[in-house]
Write a protein that binds this ligand. Structure first.
Ligand code: FES
Length: 109
């Protein structure tokens, strides 16, 4: 058993501290969905294939995240509201190193 804690600010600006399991092969987008922090149909539209950007979030803490893959780079280069610290939530696997992560959901496109 190994849960980590993640602080997620939703699109209304409300912040939620949630627990996420590191042993269930989940990604950040799935965690956000499982806590219903974004309305159904506004996040995870492509099912986590790095093809929709509906799971875009801004990384607010100073964690060392795995590098972006080519698909993620390509999607973020076309998405709206992209910032320096944008990542696709579905490309970030929940791992013990991410304990204390803070993210903010990007606006809906
Ligand atoms: S869910 Fe579509 S890009 Fe992440």
């Amino acid at each position: 058993m190994s849960d980590i804690s993640i602080t997620i600010t939703d699109r209304e600006g409300v912040s939620h501290e949630v627990q996420a399991p590191t042993d269930m092969n989940m990604n950040l987008m799935e965690v956000i969905r499982s806590y219903e922090l974004a309305p159904e149909g506004t996040i995870g539209i492509c099912g986590g294939m790095a093809m929709c950007a509906s799971c875009q979030c801004y990384i607010e803490s100073d964690h060392n995240l795995p590098e972006k893959g080519d698909e993620e780079e390509a999607m973020l280069s076309e998405a709206f509201f992209v910032r320096e610290n944008s990542r696709l939530g579905c490309q970030i696997n929940i791992s013990p190193e991410l304990d204390g992560l803070k993210v903010t959901l990007a606006p809906e496109e």
